[in-house]
Design a protein around this ligand. Sequence first.
Ligand code: ATP
Length: 534
Amino acid sequence: MAPEHPAPAPRAAADEPAAALHAHGIVKRFGPTRALDGVGLTVRPGQSHALVGRNGAGKSTLVGVVTGLHRPDAGTVTFAGAPAPAFGDRAGWQSKIACVYQKSMVVPDLTVAENLFLNRFEGERIRWSRLRRRAADLLAEYGVNVDPDARARELPVEQRQFVEIARALSFGARLIVLDEPTAQLDARGIQRLFTKLRELQSQGVAFLFISHHLQEVYDLCTTVTVYRDARQILTASVADLPKDELVAAMTGERPGASTSSWRAATRATTAAEPVLVTRGLALDGAFEPLDLAVRPGEVLGVAGAAASGNTALGETLVGMRRATAGRVTVRGRTVRPGSVPHALDAGIGYIPEDRHRQGLVPERSVAENATLTVTDQLGPWGTVLPSRTREFARAMISSLDIRTQGPEQPVSGLSGGNQQKVVVARALARKPAVLVAVRPTAGVDVKSKDALLGVVRQVADRGSAAVIISDELDDLRVCDRVLALFHGRVVAQYDSGWSDGELVAAMEGMHGGEGRHGVDGMNEAGANGGEGER
Ligand SMILES: Nc1ncnc2c1ncn2[C@@H]1O[C@H](COP(=O)(O)OP(=O)(O)OP(=O)(O)O)[C@@H](O)[C@H]1O
C-alpha cells in the first residue's frame, strides 16, 4: 500500500526547473466545513498530473485556490518559483494558470477568432482583419487546426476545448487545469484531445487533470495525487500504483474491498405486461421510429455516442421534447407528448444529464430539493411536514452516500458529485413506475457510482422499469439488455454479458464484429424485448 502521508514538499535539484505549480499547507474553510485541511500539490513543467478523490474530497476547492478564485485561509501557492499573484489580480492569474471546465466557456455565437481575443482589448478599437490574422497565427503556433472564422457552436466539443487551451496559452499560462474534460467526448474525441495534450506537454505545458475516470488517469498522466476528506493522502507515480491501491487511497478501505452491490440479471418476468411501451416513437433529425417494451424488474440500456440520438430519446420519453411520430405508454396509459408534468404524472421519473440546468434550486436545502416533486405526499392535505421531508432526505443521504452536513444544508454548499446524487434522490422520491436516467453517474466518484447504480437496480427489483441512457460502460453493465444506437437507429442488441469491445464498436457504428447481435431494421422489429409475443 502506498504511504498514507504525503511526502514533504519536493525540492527541485539545482538544475531542475522550478515546479510549474507548488501549493503547500493549503487550508480552506466554508463556514463550518473544512474543504481543505493543509493539502499540497506540486506539478512539474510538461507534466500531466492527476488529482483524484471521492465527491467532496476538496478537488474543486483546490482548483479554486490555485486559480485565484478562492482566497485560502492558510498556505502558499507559487508558480515557477514565484509567489502567486495578489488575490483579485485577474490578469496576473490568467498569465499563470487557466481552467478548461466541463462546460465550455467559449461563447457559441462568436467566431473562433472573436473567442480567442474576447475581453482582451478593453477600451481599444478592434481591427477585425488583424485579429483574424493573429488568431490564425496563434492557432498555428499550437498546432490547433481550426478555422478562425468558424462559429464556436459549429465546432466539435474537443475543438472548442483546443480553442480554450490556445486562448489560455496566449495569455502566457503554462499550466492548464482540465476539469472532467472528457465528459462530453466520444472515444475518438478523447483520443484527439489526448494526442493534442501530449503534443503540448512536449512543448513544456503542464496539465492538472481532474477526473473520475481512473482509466483516463492511467492513459494520460504520469503522476497522481489523491485527496480524501480534505487531506492529501498520497502522491505517486501512476506506473507504480496499481488501480486497486489508487481506489483504496481514495476510499480509505483495503485494496479490493469495494465490490459492486448490484449485478445485472435477466430477472424481468417476460410474462409480465411491459411497464413502458413505445410504438413508432420518432424525433426528426434525432432518432427513427422505435418500438420498445420494458418490463417490470428490467433495466434497459440505450448505448450510444454523442450524436447517436440516445439522449434525445431519453428527453422524448420524459416529455422534454415532443416526438414527431409515435407514442409512449406507461402501464397502458398514453403519455401526452412534450409535457414533463404529464410524464411525471404517468409515473416517469427522470435523472437528467445536466444537473446544473435541469436539476436543483441551489439555495434550498438537500431535503427540500430531494422532495421537490413529492410535496403532495409528505403531509395531509397538501401540507409539507418538515419531519417527513427530513426523514426521506436522511434515507437518501445514506443510501446514495451523499456527503453533506445534513438534510438542512443548502445544495449550493455540496460538491458537484453530491449535487448529482440529490438529483437522483429527487427522481426516486416519487417511486416512479419507470425511471429514465441519462448518464446518471457523470461526475460521481468511483464508489458512489456503485451505490447509485445499485439503487437503480433496486428500483427495478421492486417491480419498476428503468432505462439507462449512456455511453459509459459501467452504467450499462447494470442493465439486463442493451440497445446500441448509431445515427438514430438501433444497430445492435445485447443481453447482459456483452464484451466491452463489441459494445464500443457498436456505438461507433461498427457492429459487424464477432458476438454481434446487430439486426437490420431493428428499430421496427427486434429492439423491443419480446416483440415476438405480440
Ligand atoms: N461554496 C461552498 N459553501 C460551502 N461548502 C462548500 C462550498 N464549496 C465546497 N464546499 C464543501 O467543501 C467540500 C469540498 O468540496 P469540493 O467541491 O472541493 O469537492 P470535490 O472533490 O471537487 O468533489 P466532486 O468530485 O463532487 O466535484 C465539500 O464538503 C463541499 O460540501
